[in-house]
Design a protein around this ligand. Structure first.
Ligand code: KPL
Length: 334
């Protein structure tokens, strides 16, 4: 990545803005950044670090209707999963062929489709960095980088394997230099499904019952989480997705299944513990009467369950509740 490189951050919500400002903020940064949203953001932006420091940075800003004239070196699509494909469709005609695209969405919905559709190398990123925007007025100019995490970057089976691998390494280096610990990985499909599993076990339940993540540890929610983990573990075993740390285990099939279930339980309860005070993103969406990412998170699991002829009554019930709630919100507003 060279001095003239411009990274477009398309969909500068909390995560996208934090990534963009981090990339732009270093005085010796080789990267310039343009934040591109539905409305134009102020060029003076502030990032509050996890340590509480307030850093000011100037970035270019633009809208999808009036894009910067200089073509980007890389486009980061940081929208919610449910608008990613529509935004890509609006953007794609304005991008020179071969422009690299980085997908930062949750779930496993748009990533395989956009990896096939985009005319250039496509990388997927999954991150445990935490960022949020404050109230409406401050959110125009200020993003809070709440918690440091890790970002993994890699390509699904796209049309440009060698280029995508090189880019994943370069991007991981650039993000790490900007203070976001990042690594290029060769198994991003596994990694995306692992994050999806965690989101599927936590997000729909906390959204349905209006609780913080930590309350899942208590009755009556704990057995609900366990039942969902069991459904998710069965579906993912059929899809060939292992929990982190158990990849490639060998042994009797029943032992492997038990071990995988223990791995998923371990992972989910660790995240619940680590985010006990959080209002998960899906709960925030429900409270703000926004659409949720249920299609991207539960959709691929239910599709996999159907294709392997597996039952998933609890996941289906939660998906139906989320769909019904979305229709009710749409009915209220129009
Ligand atoms: O990723 C999350 C989210 O809120 O979407 C979890 C891990 C559930 C933390 O809140």
């Amino acid at each position: 990545m060279t001095r003239q490189d411009t990274h477009w951050i398309v969909g500068p919500g909390a995560l996208g803005r934090m990534i963009g400002l981090r990339l732009a903020i270093r005085p010796e940064s080789a990267i310039s950044v343009a934040l591109i949203g539905r409305r134009r953001l102020p060029v003076e932006q502030t990032l509050v670090t996890p340590q509480g420091a307030t850093l000011s940075v100037q970035v270019a800003t633009a809208t999808l209707e009036a894009l910067p004239t200089k073509p980007p070196a890389v486009v980061h699509l940081t929208t919610k999963a449910y608008v990613a494909e529509a935004v890509h469709a609006a953007l794609a005609p304005h991008l020179p062929p071969g422009t690299p695209l980085v997908l930062w969405q949750n779930g496993f919905g748009c990533q395989p489709r956009l990896s096939r559709r985009h005319a250039g190398p496509v990388l997927c990123a999954t991150t445990t960095e935490g960022a949020y925007l404050e109230d409406r007025v401050a959110s125009e100019t200020r993003v809070i980088h709440a918690g440091q995490g890790e970002t993994l970057i890699g390509a699904l089976d796209g049309g440009y394997p060698a280029l995508a691998d090189t880019l994943a390494g370069e991007l991981a280096t650039a993000l790490s230099a900007a203070g976001l610990s990042a690594r290029a990985v060769t198994d991003i499909r596994q990694r995306l499904w692992q994050k999806l599993a965690v989101n599927a076990a936590i997000n729909p339940l906390v959204a349905r019952f209006g609780i913080r993540n930590g309350q899942l540890r208590e009755r009556p929610f704990r057995p609900m989480v366990e039942a969902i983990i069991a459904e998710v573990a069965t579906i993912l075993a059929a899809e060939g997705i292992d929990p982190p740390g158990t990849e490639g285990n060998v042994g009797a099939e029943a032992d492997q299944r038990q071990e995988a279930l223990a791995g998923w339980r371990n992972l989910v309860w660790r995240v619940v513990e680590g985010t006990a005070g959080n209002r998960a993103s899906m709960l925030q969406d429900v409270l703000a009467k926004r659409p949720t990412e249920h299609e991207a998170i539960l959709g691929p699991l239910l599709a996999a369950a159907r294709s392997h002829h597996l039952e998933a009554p609890r996941l289906i019930e939660l998906a139906n509740w989320l769909k019904a709630r979305e229709l009710a919100v749409a009915g209220d507003c129009c």
